[in-house]
Design a protein around this ligand. Structure first.
Ligand code: NDP
Length: 332
């Protein structure tokens, strides 16, 4: 049997994130590397094979990707399709006996998330969600401050992640069936950050969703939400396709800390109430994420960002949408 220093990753869905960040990141990783592709677009294949030296035997489409079960080159299936297809392809990967990395948002609803978790457990494979910020050093510092109560107990979290853009008519980001809308696409960042900053799970959720431009008549262009945690701790979040926001502010009993920007690919930086600087990390963020999760697999440890973390966010996403009809949706 072949001695494999690095774990082999197959990217599923060769869109902008795979092309722009994950494949380049996999050229910098120590513990894993790009070995395969799964694509529904034959025209993309020659360029990817040439650029990344991928043999014919490691090229799949969505119909035959289950055959990856027979391919020892591939250890990890990384699902980077629109969210509405995450569950389908993650489950195929797990059933093929491969570890699964699944992009955010994990899936469309709690049932789909649970079905991915169940498939991973049943097949004894690792499952991680692509929340790159939980690997980013300044976000990690904030997580530690919350746990250690460095600035006292967390009292209030305010966060936003949104961009001012527009998506073409054929974009899945305008399609509710495929996981479009600002809340699924970007809102999961402030939701995830509220949870990891407070180091608690919310007991109640309220939200408001709306669109200002006609192109977003089927999905939310804007969402604002409030999460109520135990002991009256509150989180306020915002996301949008129509306004640029990028911050994470945490107020504690004895001080505060802030990241701005908090969720960019590079340049995440911040400050604290006692004058500490949290400087940008020069490392490739996705390379760091994939190396951390690959090393966890190699060492037989739990993933840094497990499937359950993605599921908890989707439960909140659903509660925000429900609270738009009711006045408040209680979760947990
Ligand atoms: P793109 O639209 O650019 O790419 C998605 C790719 O998925 C397509 O190119 C296509 O690849 C494949 N695909 C399979 N089925 C479909 C379908 N029915 N409709 C459209 N595409 C399909 O999206 P992104 O790359 O921006 O996003 C992909 C995923 O990555 C999403 O879950 C998104 O939330 C996540 N993401 C995460 C980021 C992060 O920072 N963690 C940043 C950006 C995105 P092919 O032609 O090869 O089949």
């Amino acid at each position: 049997s072949k001695q494999k220093e690095k774990l082999g990753v197959a990217l599923v869905g060769l869109g902008s994130y795979s092309t722009g960040r994950l494949a380049p990141g996999l050229q910098k990783t120590e513990h894993c590397e790009l070995r395969g592709i799964v694509t529904g677009s034959p025209h993309k294949i020659p360029k990817w094979q040439k650029q990344y030296n991928i043999p014919d035997s490691n090229v799949y489409n969505y119909e035959n990707m289950h055959e990856v079960a027979k391919n020892d080159d591939i250890d990890i299936i990384y699902v980077v399709t629109p969210p509405g297809l995450h569950a389908k392809y993650s489950i195929i990967g797990a059933e093929a006996g491969k570890h699964v990395w699944c992009e955010k948002p994990m899936a469309m609803n709690v049932e789909e998330c649970q079905s991915i978790i169940d498939a991973a457990n049943k097949n004894g494979v690792s499952l991680s969600i692509g929340y790159r910020l939980q690997h980013e050093p300044n976000n990690r510092t904030i997580i530690r401050y919350g746990k250690e109560e460095t600035y006292g107990a967390v009292q209030e979290v305010k966060s936003g992640a949104g961009y001012n853009g527009s998506h073409s008519a054929d974009s899945w980001r305008r399609d509710p069936e495929l996981g479009g809308g600002a809340l699924y696409d970007m809102g999961v960042y402030p939701i995830n950050a509220s949870r990891y900053s407070a180091n608690m799970e919310p007991v109640a959720v309220r939200g408001k969703q709306w669109s200002e431009r006609d192109i977003y008549n089927e999905v939310d262009e804007f969402t604002e939400f409030e999460l109520e945690f135990p002991d009256g701790v509150m989180a306020f979040g915002e996301t949008s396709f129509g306004k640029s926001t990028n911050y994470l502010n945490v107020d504690c009993t004895d001080g505060w800390y802030r990241l701005q920007p908090f969720q960019t690919y590079s340049g995440v930086k911040g400050e604290t109430s006692d004058g500490k600087e949290l400087p940008p990390d020069p490392h490739h963020q996705q390379a760091r994420q994939m190396d951390n999760e690959a090393l966890a697999i190699k060492e037989g440890r739990d993933p840094i960002v497990p499937g359950e973390d993605g599921l908890r966010d989707i439960r909140i996403v659903q509660a925000i949408m429900e609270s738009f009809q009711n006045s408040e949706a209680r979760i947990s």
